[in-house]
Design a binder for this molecule. Sequence first.
Ligand SMILES: Cc1cc2nc3c(=O)[nH]c(=O)nc-3n(C[C@H](O)[C@H](O)[C@H](O)COP(=O)(O)O)c2cc1C
Length: 341
Amino acid sequence: MGLYSALARPLLFRFPPEAAHRIGDYALRASPVWSALRPLLSTRDGRLATTVAGLKFPNPVGVAAGLDKDCRFLPGLLDIGFGFAAGGTVTRDARLGNARPRVLREPRRRALLNALGFPGDGLDAAERRLRGLSDDRRSRIMVSVSGTEIDDIAECHRRLQPLVAAVEVNVSSPNTAGLRTFHEPGNLSRLVEALVAQRDRPLFVKLPPWRSDEERDEIMPMAQASIDAGAAGLVIANTHPVEDARLAVGRGGLSGAPLFGDTARMVAEARNELGGDTALIACGGVGSADQVWRLLEAGASAVQLYTAFIYEGPGLPGRINRDLLKMMEAASVNGLPVHMA
Ligand SMILES: Cc1cc2nc3c(=O)[nH]c(=O)nc-3n(C[C@H](O)[C@H](O)[C@H](O)COP(=O)(O)O)c2cc1C
């Protein structure tokens, strides 16, 4: 058992989830500490490298949007060994988000439920913080943007794009009233076209999950509309919408281990339906090298994770990457089974 599972997690889990998150946020902001620990935590090996929509990342294990909503500790996340990290979701104006309780832990199944609804400091603050990053960091940072109006999202995209390697547009949070308008492929096309018109970095669209044939028939046209409008890639997928009376708003998004099977299926289906040119980033329930390997084999070029990090702590990305190297050695191959799109 590592230091995190033995000591830090039991301590952090005594606090309500959002308070524990603030403590983790402070810890990860102590960037000299994490830079100093970099050689211990992160794993550098050319065989782990991947390319996603032309972006080169040193390893395929990324941070999913929402962990650092206000772009406060992205360098710390890179230093502990993630190959890349998505900041945000950033909205144009600062927002309080939904009523509490709005985050629940489900430790037995290594899951979280959240109904945050985009609380955050807004665009000005995110822009200010991202300006402080070095070019080396920027080449591994994406930022997620969202909103309910095309103009607001386009403003976030226009102002943040020069400061990062790529932008992800989130049209799939289940917790924000108004986002569903972009589930209609015509509206999504108009949004993606507006962003592509001002794009000079790859643009990713983060899709909602699909769990049935009916849902697939609803989401696949969103994927196709995004690509036709010029998106370079897709993030598959966001949290799974669920109802839960313990959340003040009565519903939220499920994340963590229970999602993995669906993530693997969705990536395989998307790769199958969309052909080879679209970059896919798999997201949902990832917590081990085995799982990363399976998702890369299914057609992803990289993965993002959030919930497993809450349960496993800062040793997780290094552990996954070391295990990936062991898997390569066991299979006598010199690189990841990665789809280069
Ligand atoms: C507390 C919490 C907040 C999140 N906030 C965002 C967000 O702001 N934007 C977004 O695109 N996804 C957000 N997500 C979804 C994650 O990025 C990810 O898609 C989802 O949690 C599945 O991955 P996981 O199982 O590795 O956590 C959030 C997830 C959690 C648990």
